[in-house]
Design a binder for this molecule. Structure first.
Ligand SMILES: [Zn+2]
Length: 1001
């Protein structure tokens, strides 16, 4: 069986027919093998079999006789024992009887049918030749490993003699009232044994079987037997592979995906496992997983995804206490052993194929089959064949991969230098393996401004250095993006998913209702401990946490809301403080739903989000991850420990659990806005329910914003009706990407600021000047007590403020500033209280958030926390108290905004030009002081906004038609073309400065 992606394969039980027998010496000739003749009679009602076995022990061979513990044997030495060596071949005879009435033992005899997979009568250990004769009621059809079968009916009973002239390790017997469908293809007989009549299903199987036999004939060599069957198990939900047939559970057999998952895997076992037998450690699950399951994915272009999942499973399940070297793998008994024997085993064959090349590898596989068919082979034989076929010395490869535990953990350093040839660069790569050293061939792609270059690093020792010359400036190393190497995944490649939750224990919180009782029992087995506290702070634990039931009120903002109609919901996220740990939420509506979900859960390891409805899985989402190890190549790093530098995504992740995330900007810096957008985008992509709070909009205009986001207004109307240009005034293009993103992703934008009229009045005249009406619009409680903030604002005031005629004195300035902060804090708190499922990203000037003084402390005072502060700035602001993170965005060209170069005043009939600035489009186009602008591009302009909304649409090179009244004449002048160079606008962000800038369109 395979590590199956979907739950239903839960039902498939572990099959270890292949490794039931212990290894013996390779037996080369049929003459050297014991010959077994067995006769069995069945009493179905009594669950009983009785019979006689004769074993011909070859001359000078020693044979050990074994049987299932339920089998009673009467023979020369009692139950079991060794026979031989004898000088001549010798016959030994046993009588046996057994009762199989408990399906849990894996064997069963009853009126519904018979399932006897192995060792149900005394038989020699290792390979032997069998002839089985069985007598049963005629209503049952019997299947065994066979090339042909002879039947003889006597009364109500039929005697079957199975003809199977090939060495094998045991002989099974299955019987039930079957509906049999048959076909001939590829020179063999195909058969399907179903418990219900379903000719369509039988035909689908026959078709698929013919196709796989052809495929593996071509790939490995001709099918070894004359017959191939798929048989429904009448008793148990199994997935066993026997020579010449596959036994699938009666429910499993009907699942459509089995035809391209389990079926090819089990069929290929006829070549490896039941054709070439396993000697010693079990290599065949790795090879069959690789040639069947991996290859199916590869043919669809998804080989990398299959291999990535293999690496994920290994990392999730193979904890150090469960790790085994591959050489010790016998069969799977839990997800860890499966991740080793099937997963790591398959990857060893993949790495061999990459090392030897496709042709040599497949030639070696064909040789393995040809040379060892009906014989036993071990890793030793495989290694020798691979070496002989390729002419390479593979001893260190096999030595490491078979005998060492664990997987390599790659560490990479890179530096660059200019090469002699102009435009070329030298890239120096140092790659190191942490932990045990494994021979590896690691593909590395160097991405440059001009393209890509692929190199392969041959890791024959712990540290390897490589140098490559590339064209164009190197930007990034992409290491092993196709998962060609068995290795430890880096955190960005190792997304939060169920396997990680089940692979290692941790804490579970909540779930006091009995709805969760079976789930808690299950989780306890997986190593989860219940903790009383309603919440373990995520910062303080690097262990997994599972919240059961209601989320604690102060739990982190990590989870989505369950979809409508879901009865059970499970979501896995990463602990943002400890990425190696997961945080999971499981909530269920009923005990019944929990019970129905639980058996499926172990088979849903590849998913991040699951929901059920009426016991059926209604949502199954896989996590997003980045392919390959990615290493950005930095220009240079000055004075900072690069190991401590975080990417913007890491910053986003770190602040992501906060209820409020302040992104303090310098308004005119376009790079700041792009970084803000990147953080918002990260949050949205990681499932956060984000609202965007913006200082740039004032509360009375919330409705207009909502209408614009709903698509009811166009951009020009939006800008006009929010009075954006007169109330905020900075180039709207700075904020446009954020607003557009919000619109596209249906994120609410919350206007945070109180009306400019009020803050301006306070700045001019102080708080006491407000009317009772105006006082209603401001928060009840204003906190003036922060002395440090007062001092901080005093410095700001003295630097800019006291020259402003709009401000009365420092006291009034201070009051207006506090009012502004308190107003925004109140807006944030009001919104979040009404929307408990949201978290807010606040776009605000950094003066309002630096040191937490302005808005953040006032939000926390109102009971909303935690808050995170991200300061956008430059490397001169390395003050640890200023915020939680400093983000230094690359400088970006500000977006273009067209300007006339005039100072204007709104007048009764238009805009009166008070001054024309020199060397501007206005001057060049002939505008003069005293002109009254009445139209722009033929549209009537009355307010500054009207003109700016028109200019806003202009690109470099455009012109605008300005219609003016000059004295009694009306005149239209063409102004422009506008040039990028004249774009220079650095208004200061306090209110008085805004009024200045807005008059300079
Ligand atoms: Zn298998």
């Amino acid at each position: 069986m395979e590590n199956h992606p979907t739950w239903i394969k839960a039902l498939l039980m572990v099959a270890l027919v292949l490794s039931l027998a212990l290894p013996t010496k390779t037996q080369a000739q049929k003459e050297d093998l014991p010959r077994v003749t067995a006769m069995a009679k069945f009493d179905l009602k009594a669950h009983r079999v009785i019979g006689k076995v004769t074993i011909l022990v070859p001359a000078s061979k020693k044979v050990r006789i074994v049987a299932d513990s339920l089998v009673r044997i009467k023979g020369p030495k009692g139950k079991e024992g060794h026979f031989g060596p004898y000088a001549k071949p010798k016959r030994v005879t046993f009588k046996f009887s057994a009762t199989f009435q408990n399906p849990a033992t894996g064997s069963y005899i009853g009126p519904e049918g018979i399932v006897l997979p192995s060792s149900w009568f005394p038989q020699p250990e290792g390979l032997a030749l069998y002839r089985l004769t069985a007598t049963l009621p005629s209503r049952l059809t019997v299947v065994s490993s066979m090339d042909r079968v002879f039947q003889k009916k006597e009364g109500a009973k039929t005697t079957y003699t199975f003809y199977f002239p090939h060495p094998c390790k045991t002989i099974p017997l299955i019987a039930a009232p079957y509906h049999l469908s048959m076909a001939q293809a590829q020179g063999i007989t195909l058969a399907v044994y179903l418990l219900e009549k379903d000719e369509d299903l039988a035909q689908r199987y026959l078709l698929a079987m013919a196709q796989y036999v052809k495929e593996y004939n071509d790939l490995v060599g001709p099918y070894p037997y004359r017959r191939l069957a798929v048989v429904a198990n009448p008793i148990m939900e199994t997935g066993y592979a026997f020579p010449t047939f596959t036994l699938l559970g009666r429910h499993v057999i009907r699942l459509p995906f089995i035809l391209h998952t389990s079926l090819p895997h089990e069929i290929l076992h006829n070549w490896f496992g039941n054709g070439v037998y396993v000697k010693g450690s079990n290599w065949c699950e790795g090879l069959v997983s690789y040639l069947a399951d991996q290859r199916m994915a590869e043919k669809k272009g998804e080989g990398w995804r299959y291999r990535h999942r293999t690496l994920v499973n290994y990392q999730a399940y193979v904890t150090p206490d469960k790790d085994l070297p591959l050489i010790q793998f016998q069969g799977k008994y839990d997800p860890a052993s499966q991740a080793i024997g099937y997963g790591k085993g398959a990857m060893v064959f993949h790495m061999l194929r990459k090392k030897l090349g496709d042709e040599t590898f497949s030639q070696a596989i064909r040789e393995l089959y040809k040379n060892y068919l009906f014989k036993e082979a071990g890793w030793q034989e495989i290694g020798t064949l691979m070496e002989e076929t390729s002419g390479q010395d593979l001893s260190s490869f096999f030595q490491a991969w078979l005998y060492k535990r664990g997987v390599p953990w790659l560490q990479v350093r890179v530096r660059t230098a200019k090469a002699e040839k102009k435009g070329n660069y030298l890239v120096y790569i140092t790659m190191e393996e942490r932990g045990p050293q494994f021979p590896l061939q690691v593909p590395v792609i160097i991405e440059t401004a001009k393209g890509k270059k692929k190199v392969t690093l041959d890791m024959e020792k712990k540290q390897v250095k490589a140098k490559a010359e590339v064209e164009g400036k190197p930007q990034r190393l992409l290491i092993d993006p196709d998962y060609d190497v068995m290795r430890r995944l880096t955190l960005p490649e190792y997304p939060p998913l169920v396997a990680r939750v089940l692979g290692s224990g941790g804490f579970m919180v909540g779930g006091n209702s009995q709805v969760y009782t079976p789930l808690k029992a299950f989780l306890r087995q997986k190593g989860y401990r219940e903790v009383d506290s309603s919440l373990i702070p995520l910062e303080n634990t690097s262990q997994n946490i599972i919240y059961l039931g209601e989320l604690p009120t102060n739990s982190p903002y990590l989870f989505h809301r369950p979809p409508k109609g879901a009865s059970l919901y499970m979501e896995v996220q990463e602990n943002p403080y400890h990425q190696e740990a997961t945080v999971t939420w499981i909530t269920s509506a009923s005990l019944r739903e929990t019970r129905r979900f639980l058996p499926k859960l172990p088979h849903l390891g590849a998913y991040q989000t699951l929901a059920t409805s009426q016991g059926r899985l209604s949502t199954m989402e896989k996590p997003h991850f980045l392919r390959g190890i990615r290493i950005a190549i930095q220009d240079q790093a000055v004075g900072v420990n690069l190991k401590s530098l975080l990417s913007l995504a890491q910053v986003a992740r770190a602040v992501s659990p906060s209820r409020v995330i302040f992104l303090g900007e310098e308004h005119p810096e376009y790079g700041h806005h792009l970084a803000q957008l990147d953080i918002i985008r990260w949050l949205v992509e990681h499932g956060h329910q984000v609202a965007i709070g913006m200082e740039m909009f004032q509360k009375p205009f919330q409705k207009v914003i909502d209408q614009y986001l709903e698509g009811k207004l166009d951009l020009a109307q939006f800008l006009k009706e929010t009075e954006y240009f007169s109330r905020w005034g900075f180039n709207y293009k700075l904020y446009k990407p954020i607003v557009d993103f919000a619109k596209e992703h249906k994120l609410p934008i919350v206007a945070l600021n109180i009306s400019r009229e009020i803050t301006q009045k306070v700045a001019k005249e102080g708080l006491k000047a407000l009317t009772p009406e105006e006082k209603k619009e401001i928060p009840q409680h204003l906190d003036f007590s922060n002395e440090s903030y007062r001092q901080y604002l005093k410095r700001v005031y003295e630097a800019h403020g006291n020259s402003q005629k709009d401000i009365k004195d420092f006291e009034a300035f201070y009051q207006s500033q506090i009012l502004w902060d308190e107003g925004m804090a109140q807006s944030i708190v009001d919104y979040l209280s009404r929307h408990p499922d949201r978290q807010m990203v606040v776009i605000v000037g950094k003066g309002h958030v630096a040191y937490g003084y302005g808005v953040p402390s006032r939000v926390e005072r109102r009971g909303i926390q935690p808050c995170s502060i991200v300061i956008l700035g430059n490397d001169q602001e390395l003050d640890p108290n200023m915020g939680d993170y400093l983000v230094v965005p690359p400088s970006s060209e500000p977006p273009f905004s067209a300007k006339l170069g005039v100072i204007i005043k709104e007048d009764k009939d238009g805009l009166l030009i008070k001054m024309v600035l020199p060397h501007t489009p206005a001057q060049r186009g002939g505008l003069r002081k005293g002109d009254l602008i009445i139209r722009a591009d033929r549209q009537r302009v009355k307010k500054v906004e009207d003109l700016r909304a028109i200019l806003y649409q202009k690109n470099p090179g455009d012109t605008v038609k300005i219609t003016i009244k000059r004295g009694k004449r009306t005149k239209t002048l063409t102004i422009g073309p506008f040039r990028t160079k004249e774009e220079k606008q650095k208004p200061y962000h306090h209110p008085k400065a805004e009024t200045e800038s807005k008059k300079n369109p």
